[in-house]
Ligand binder design. Structure first.
Ligand code: G3H
Ligand code: 13P
Ligand code: ZN
Length: 284
């Protein structure tokens, strides 16, 4: 299949009460892991590229890899820009073949975040590209801020309502206690806030920093209205963990295919587990 837009898949996920997995990629093997897992689970899937991924692999390689990956499977595949930093970058991704973009204006004051996001939505709509935005700040575990400090960055439900009404985004990333990267302890999600945001806004919600969040919390977040779940760190752990095992057990190994092939298998396994947890198996 060719790459598809996210909006229709989100609508179906909303009707079915499940979430779509959005998996970060950096190289060919991870892209392959994502579509191989989705095909095996008969699930729609989102391949996403972060700023780091674009810097590492280059935009044109990512687009070519994702297109090729989508062509080779029968399930719907979305190519999504993760945490788009500027209007120009978002426009470049739309022009060159992404089917969904995130414009992350969460570091701006509310008015500016609304204005910039609205501008992106107006243009993306013309091309049938879906837009995710962020309100509240989702930090990294390396930021090392206390929970009470982090709460200052949590998404405010009333602001979320206004934000979605004025921007008309297709999906909203919220800050409710998750962070990017490896957690030091168990993340505590503010489910009351999440449920309230979901009651207030008309669009599906997105959970970032979802690696390391317990299965119970993921299930509860989906019950509260989360329809897109971002996973990067758990793939890194599985992928590099498998490479390490091969190299430690076979110190003389020089064939990159043995090392990366094993990593790709580990990627498929963890992504399949996530797809099952999110409830999107069999929904393609
Ligand atoms: O946004 C979260 C991703 O884990 C980004 O990480 O920029 O190092 O690829 P990266
Ligand atoms: P994790 O690395 O914590 O899984 O977060 C991924 C993410 O939110 C990408 O936007
Ligand atoms: Zn994120």
């Amino acid at each position: 299949m060719s790459l598809v837009s996210l909006a229709d898949l989100l609508k179906k996920a909303d009707q079915g009460g499940y979430a779509l997995g959005a998996f970060n990629c950096n190289n060919m093997e991870i892209v392959q892991s994502i579509v191989m897992a989705a095909e095996a689970e008969c699930s729609p899937v989102i391949i996403q590229a972060s700023q780091g991924a674009i810097k590492y692999a280059g935009l044109s390689y990512i687009i070519a890899l994702a297109r090729q990956a989508a062509e080779g499977v029968s399930v719907p595949v979305v190519l999504h820009l993760d945490h788009g930093t500027s209007f120009d970058q978002v426009m470049q991704c739309i022009r060159f073949g992404f089917t969904s973009v995130m414009y992350d204006g969460s570091h701006h004051p509310l008015e500016e975040n609304i204005a910039q996001t609205r501008r992106v939505v107006e243009i993306a709509r013309v091309f049938g590209i879906s837009v995710e935005a962020e309100l509240g700040r989702i930090g990294g575990t390396e930021d090392d801020i206390s929970v009470s400090d982090a709460e200052a960055f949590f998404t405010d439900p009333a602001e979320a309502k206004r934000f979605v009404e004025e921007t008309d985004v297709d999906a909203l990333a919220v800050s409710v206690g998750t962070a990017h990267g490896q957690y030091k302890g168990d993340p505590k999600l503010d489910f009351e806030r999440l449920a309230e945001i979901s009651r207030q806004v008309s669009c599906p919600l997105v959970l970032h920093g979802s690696s390391g969040v317990s299965d119970e919390s993921i299930t509860r977040a989906i019950e509260c209205g989360v329809r897109k779940i971002n996973i990067d760190t758990n793939i890194r752990e599985a992928f590099v963990g498998a490479m390490r095992t091969v190299l430690v057990n076979n110190p003389k190994e020089i064939d990159p295919r043995k090392v990366l092939g094993s990593a790709r298998d580990a990627g498929v396994e963890i992504i399949r587990e996530k797809i099952r947890l999110f409830g999107s198996s069999g929904k393609a």
